[in-house]
Design a protein around this ligand. Structure first.
Ligand code: NDP
Ligand code: A1CAB
Length: 272
């Protein structure tokens, strides 16, 4: 585990969250190489963490045992074309890209035998991530175990039995931090309109989000409906808010939003 060299190809929001999470959990920066395209500020941040930067993608991959493909899906084909002369048969490939199937990765990196497709999320930065994982049955158990240990260092892992389930995981955990941020932004905006300062509005909204989440986590035997009902006094204020949500059919809106994620991921799988 600790003797494997790990190269991140792409060091953007998601890769950086994982890298910082790994370092916080005691992984050695000396194990990690990270490549990006041009962002010097990010290179400086990585360098300050003690991570090797400034290698070409190709050099990084040559030096690594494990390659984490962390560029935007639209870049994957171009980036992988740089690796045509590298033999991947003894290397492990972990992709975090949405909408890039294992079949596509096998085509892009024909010598690769051990490819693991994952779907992490940005709370990995603080060790609270969730990562969905999938690998075909022939993939080396040690490679699978390594990937699980790596992603467990930054949160929880959830293996899926079929690759198509990863698109569902994208809707449930990959994209979803943004749903919560959106909801919190809307609440903050409303509080600002009432006259609260931006900072106070943020503090209040963030405290309630944290409190509500902790209530859920610390009461595993209490259903979400029950927790909601505990706030909702008959004929009181909360019921009025929930009525507005119901009038606009919040449940259906959320369902449509999550299905839209899956549709987009499937479109990407067909087109990239
Ligand atoms: N953000 C998220 O919450 C999640 C993202 N993902 C997946 O992670 C991947 C990255 O997303 P995200 O981090 O958000 O995107 P970002 O745009 O933040 O990061 C993309 C990274 O790729 C780098 N890059 C671009 N071109 C090249 C190249 N030719 N060679 C090397 N590096 C290159 C960029 O460098 P530079 O900045 O210098 O241009 C940047 O570091 C995507 O495939 C996405 O589907 C998966 C789960 C969650
Ligand atoms: O928006 C995206 O496509 C990526 C995948 C999940 C979260 N961010």
């Amino acid at each position: 585990m600790k003797d494997k060299k790990i190269a991140f190809i792409g060091a953007g929001n998601m890769a950086f969250a994982i890298i910082c999470g790994l370092i916080k959990k005691g992984f050695s920066p000396a194990q990690i190489i990270a490549c990006n395209k041009s962002n010097q500020t990010r290179r400086q941040e990585l360098s300050e963490l003690g991570i090797t930067v400034n290698l070409s993608n190709k050099e990084a991959v040559k030096h690594a045992d494990v390659i984490i493909l962390a560029v935007k899906p639209q870049m994957m084909s171009d980036v992988c074309s740089e690796f045509s002369e590298i033999d991947f048969s003894d290397k492990w490939i972990i992709s975090i890209a949405a909408g890039i199937s294992i079949h596509r990765l096998e085509t892009l990196l024909p010598s690769a035998k051990n490819i693991i497709r994952t779907m992490p999320n940005t709370p990995a930065l603080i060790g609270e991530g969730v990562t969905g994982l999938f690998a075909k049955s022939h993939v080396n158990l040690t490679a699978k175990h390594f990937t699980e240990t790596l992603m467990n260092a930054v949160g929880k892992c959830y293996w899926v039995e079929e690759e198509c389930k990863l698109n569902q995981i994208t809707a449930i955990t990959g994209s979803s931090p943004a749903y919560f941020f959106s909801f919190m932004e809307a609440m903050q905006q409303s509080a600002i309109q009432m006259g609260f300062s931006e900072q106070d509005a943020r503090d209040l909204v963030q405290s309630v989000a944290l409190g509500a989440t902790k209530l859920v986590a610390q009461n595993p035997d209490v259903s979400l409906s029950q927790l909601r009902e505990n706030v909702t006094s008959k004929g009181g204020t909360t019921a009025e808010a929930l009525n507005v949500f119901n009038q606009h059919n919040l449940t259906q809106i959320v369902n449509e939003a999550m299905l839209a994620v899956i549709t987009r991921a499937e479109e990407m799988e067909q087109s990239l």
